[in-house]
Design a protein around this ligand. Structure first.
Ligand code: NAD
Ligand code: TYD
Length: 338
């Protein structure tokens, strides 16, 4: 493989992945097709913007013409492009159906036409829905709860159907919650870290006892690289870390690293349709030879310190969030000291 199309590469995981593969494969050419929605940030890739191996194309994955231009000559595709935030999907679900379902269709059609050699579609553990005990396997039924997770379920079903119907060399991953550098400060960990750096309160939804399995983004990049190269076409691979944590314990870990007090924790009303626990069985990707290298303590330390050291990066983003912040205030209530 010499030329790779990455879609959504200006977002959190996509930008980490581009950094990872460009470092690992010195002769790899990368084309990044990204619409630069609110979540896409060219600053995430500023250090490689002038690298001759890297090409950026601003465009929407729903636009067949621009997708054709971006995919020309590419041997493989990795699709990160998506609307990704559950709260925003509750607010305005239409964008999720467009990008997370229709966008996947447009990419698959063009990939079929171009005869790409490999297509890795990034899905999420949220397609399974909540699980009280045990771990979902790749063969379990999908039971998504939010407009985000149901759009992602639709997109990945479509992606797999292109393998079954047309033999498109499709690979799918369903990963747990990622965390690390360059994550947009609307998601739990970067929102809380950046609020706390500013001595602002953090909104814990409901009782704070929801459980997520936190995967450090570097481990995710290694898993995706492995599935892209060694995965079996038509197969789905769970990716997780067995770093299961209650949200309130994640919050306490961030408070501790930053030396802040519990008085900044504010319990707010729960997210509608809030999934209680996500947990995936990672035996299958383990058999490919992958295991995560970061436990939660190591990952959260690195992550929080990154936000401490990159204030310019997140302050520029937070200043632009006024409309969304107003909606969140309406949804979850005024925070004591916001
Ligand atoms: P993100 O929101 O940080 O970035 C999404 C990127 O996609 C942005 O750069 C945005 O500009 C781009 N984009 C959105 N709509 C587009 C469109 N129509 N055309 C082209 N580009 C578009 O997301 P992320 O957290 O990096 O997630 C990447 C992928 O991984 C998503 O598919 C998401 O569902 C999946 N995923 C994320 C997590 C997580 O914890 N972050 C966990 C499991 C799976
Ligand atoms: P999030 O980072 O939005 O990821 P997801 O909903 O896709 O798992 O949220 C992680 C968990 O943190 C989830 O249970 C919701 C909760 N949460 C809060 O309690 N407060 C917040 O302000 C946010 C953004 C999330």
């Amino acid at each position: 493989m010499t030329k790779l199309l990455v879609t959504g590469g200006a977002g959190f995981i996509g930008s980490n992945f581009i950094h990872y593969v460009m470092k690992k494969y010195p002769s790899l050419q990368v084309v990044n097709l990204d619409a630069l929605t609110y979540a896409g940030n060219p600053a995430n890739l500023a250090d490689i913007a002038d690298d001759p191996r890297y090409t950026f194309i601003k465009g929407d994955i729903c636009d067949a013409k621009i997708v054709a231009e971006a995919m020309r000559g590419c041997h493989a595709v990795v699709n990160f492009a998506a609307e990704t935030h559950v709260d925003r999907s509750i607010h305005e679900g239409g964008f999720f159906v467009d990008t997370d379902v229709r966008g996947v269709f447009v990419l698959c059609e063009e990939a079929r036409r171009c005869k790409v050699e490999r297509f890795l579609h990034i899905s999420t553990d949220e397609v399974y829905g909540s699980i009280d005990k045990g771990f979902y396997k790749e063969t379990d039924a999908l039971n998504p709860s939010s407009p985000y997770s149901s759009s992602k379920a639709g997109g990945e079903l479509l992606a797999r159907s292109y393998f079954v119907t047309y033999g498109l060399p499709m690979l799918i991953t369903r990963s747990s919650n990622n965390f690390g550098p360059y994550q947009y400060p609307e998601k739990l960990i970067p929102l809380f870290a950046t609020n706390l750096i500013e001595d602002k309160p953090v909104p814990v939804y409901g009782d704070g006892k929801q459980v997520r399995d936190w995967l450090f983004v570097e481990d995710q990049c290694e898993a995706l690289d492995l599935v892209l190269h060694e995965g079996t076409f038509g197969e789905i691979y769970n990716v997780g870390s067995h770093n299961e944590m209650y949200n309130i314990d994640v919050t306490k870990a961030i408070l501790k690293i930053l030396g802040k007090g519990d008085d900044l924790v504010t319990y707010v009303k729960d997210r509608p349709g809030h999934d209680r626990r996500y947990a995936v069985d990672i035996t299958k990707i383990g058999e490919l030879g992958w295991k995560p290298k970061h436990d939660f303590a190591a990952g959260i330390e690195k992550t929080v310190n990154w936000y401490v050291e990159h204030e310019d990066w997140w302050r520029a983003i937070k200043q632009k969030q006024a409309d969304y912040a107003a909606w969140m205030k309406k949804q979850y209530g005024e925070l004591n000291k916001a």
